[in-house]
Every structure is written in C-alpha cells, then in structure tokens.
Design a binder for this molecule. Structure first.
Ligand code: NAD
Length: 375
C-alpha cells in the first residue's frame, strides 16, 4: 500500500535525527511491503532564510496533502532576536493550527535499559505497577489548540494587572477525549481525566463532559484526579497510569514532569492528531544548537515518533511495534548516545555512538528481527 509522508527536517539537529528516522521507515517499507512516498518541505529558520517566512504557504498546503507529517526540530540562536511572527517556532503553531491537530500525545515510558536515568527508587516504581515491575509506561494526551494559551490575554490600562482566560467548549473537550479513549483501546484500557474541578468552572465542564463520554466507553476504565494530586501521583507511583487526558496548560506541565522520569529528552516522541487520521509527529526536543553538526544527537525520539506515525496515522500496529522493539534491542545491546550514557568510561559495557551509528544499529535490529520472523 502507498502512504504519503511530509518530511520537515528543520534546523539544528532536526536533519540529523530525521535522516535515521526516514531510513528506518524505508526499511519498514521494504520489510513489510509498503510504499512510503516522501515530500521534503521547508519550515523554521531554514525556511525563513530561503523564503522570508518561517512557514511558507506552500509548505502548509503540501503538508495537508500528505497522510502524515514528520518534523525534526526548528529554531536556533541566529533567529532568536526576530519579532514573534518571524520566529522559526511560529512554524510549529502554524502547522498545528493549519493541520487542525488538537490532541498532543506524549508517551513517557521508563525502559528497563535506562533504569539508571530515572530519579525514582525501585519501591516507588513498583508501588502501583500492574506487574510489580520497577517501570512505567504511560501516555499523556494534552488538548493542544484551546484553553488558556488560546484564550483572551490582557493588561489593565496602567499595566499593573493582567489576565489570561481559560475557556473550553463541550465540543473541544469531547474531541480530545475521543482521541484519548482510542489510544487507551490500543493500550491497557485505562483513562485518567485530570482537571481542577474543585475550583475551576472550566474544569467542572471537563468533568461533566468526561463523565458523559465514559458511558460510551464501558470497556475502558475511567478515573478522575485533580491536577495537583496527579502531579504528586506521577512521582509517587507512575506505574498506576495508562492514559492521562487533560487540558492544554495542565498537559504541558504534567508531560514535562513525566519526561524527567524517563531519562533523556532525546528519547521522547510525540504525535499530534486531529479529527482524521492525518497527524504531525515530532520528537519533543528542540534543535539543540549546542550539539548540532557534531553527530552527537540521539535520534531515538525521532525514530519512535516515526513509529507513532505508523500506528496512529497509518494503522500499521505490527510495523510500529517492530520499530519499537528494534529500539529496545539496540539499547539491550548497549548502544548509547552521549545523553543516555552512564559516563563510566565504558565500564558498564556500553558503546557510545553518534546519531548515524545509532540509526544504523536500529536498522540492523529491525532487519535481524524480520529475518528471524521469516526463518
Ligand atoms: P533543546 O531541546 O533543543 O535542548 C535542550 C538540551 O537537550 C540541550 O542540552 C541539548 O543538547 C539536549 N538535547 C536535545 N535534544 C537532544 C537529542 N536528540 N540528543 C541529545 N541531546 C539532546 O531545547 P533548547 O536548548 O531550549 O532550544 C533550542 C532551540 O530549539 C530553540 O531555538 C528553541 O526555541 C527550539 N525548540 C524547538 C522545538 C521544536 O522544534 N519542537 C522544541 C523546543 C525548542
């Protein structure tokens, strides 16, 4: 089958992490008999330099024609002093709004190979894990295009007071809940709705709408937590969570909290989804100017973002799982980029590699797995 993918390498380490990710997709195509067709598009600082705009209209138009968009990262010091509307990061907001992706999915899992990178004690991790393991595997679904970030902002005439309005409609809440339930159906079938319904009227609407929605998903267990309690539970017993769904502001904060528990920012993937199957996929890190051009970036967040694309936009679950298990296999084999290395001079049996070698190791693991499956 044919699938069209827009590739937006962007700036800094963006191209360095997207090259291995697209090589992995090519291997998936060859191994599973799919035809992935790419169109490479300009956005971010490079687009600004070449066209005068961070998100050229032709980029958005071409992205809308594709089944999915895979983005590296945008931004860099060179463009930091430009006014807001010309900043490379403006391309991200334009893509999210233009593609209508209102739900941001951020998986946060502690892989056993990276146990040392998690600041929590074993007993904390085991506390509420369904199998008593010192691990966790959760997914935060954050509403992405509403709430306080998009509400009215303002200052009093003398500037001594300010306000930001948190507003949600029933429809905005319902559609992000649907994404959360669909994701939970593919996982451990648990959804936790996080709000501040004891204080905020907008949260009371979230609570009402989610209680109604839960009736339609009887096969999925729904629970509710206030956001302050959820922040505490994440570091007290992260193993209790499967899918957390919440508003834009709460999701922003909770997903950063969860990411710290997993090790490096270079490992984490994200998917932004709308009403249809098309999605925007990107590692959660930025363009990392401090390591750009040095072959030191961790490409696994980008590779895992490609796996999310296979799963959520193309419905290729088996292929997504194959990419994820290839990533686990290279970590099992001791391959580490510098951000996830133990820094003990190799005493722990780790091989410190760059982005290219890490990408090549994932390819080998994917092919080895396929040849074992075919044997
Ligand atoms: P950053 O994520 O780029 O880097 C933070 C730290 O993490 C740096 O030390 C960096 O070396 C390290 N790091 C990030 N990704 C890594 C990877 N894959 N492998 C190894 N180490 C990695 O955040 P920042 O420094 O705050 O921002 C740099 C630029 O990126 C800014 O212009 C910012 O606006 C932009 N940014 C873009 C996005 C995006 O495109 N989605 C997201 C965040 C920041």
């Amino acid at each position: 089958m044919r699938y069209s993918i827009a590739l937006i390498p962007g700036d800094g380490i963006g191209p360095e992490v997207l090259a291995p990710a697209s090589a992995v997709l090519n291997a998936v195509g060859a191994l599973f008999g799919h035809d992935f067709q790419y169109v490479e598009l300009l956005a971010g600082g490079r687009a600004l330099d070449e066209t005068g705009e961070p998100l050229p209209p032709e980029t958005l138009e071409a992205a809308k024609q594709c089944g999915a968009v895979l983005l590296g990262a945008v931004g860099g010091a060179k463009w930091d002093t430009l006014p807001g509307h010309l900043r490379p990061e403006r391309a991200l907001l334009g893509l999210r709004a233009g593609l209508g992706v209102f739900a941001n999915l951020r998986p946060a899992a502690l892989l056993p190979q990276l146990r040392a990178a998690c600041p929590l004690k074993d007993e904390v991790l085991r506390a509420a894990h369904p199998e008593g393991k010192a691990a966790f595997d959760l997914l935060i679904v954050r509403e992405l295009t509403g709430g306080i970030y998009f509400g009215e902002h303002g200052r009093s005439a003398d500037g001594s007071a300010a306000f930001d309005i948190e507003a949600y409609s029933k429809e905005e809440i319902e559609r992000v809940l649907r994404v959360a339930y669909r994701a939970a159906a593919l996982r451990r079938k648990k959804v936790c709705v996080v709000d501040k319904a004891n204080v905020l009227e907008s949260s009371r609407l979230w609570r009402e709408v989610s209680q109604e929605a839960a009736q339609a998903y009887q096969d999925i267990e729904t629970s509710y937590l206030y956001v302050d309690n959820c922040a505490m539970q994440l570091i007290r017993a992260p193993g209790q969570f499967d899918v957390i769904v919440t508003s834009n502001l709460f999701g922003d904060i909770l997903s950063d909290e969860a990411s710290v528990l997993t090790g490096s920012i270079g490992m984490l993937a994200s998917a932004s989804l709308g009403a249809g199957a098309r999605g925007l996929y990107e590692p959660i890190h930025g363009s990392a100017p401090d390591i750009a051009g040095k072959d030191r970036a961790n490409p696994l967040g980008a590779i895992l973002s490609a796996a999310l694309m296979l799963r959520y936009s193309f419905g290729l679950e088996q292929e997504a799982a194959a990419v994820e298990s290839a990533v686990h296999a290279v970590l099992d084999a001791g391959f580490r980029t510098q951000d996830i290395a133990r820094r003990d001079g190799g005493a722990s049996g780790e091989s410190i590699v760059g982005a290219q070698a890490m990408g090549a190791a994932v390819l080998r693991a994917l092919e080895a797995r396929a040849s074992r499956a075919g044997a």
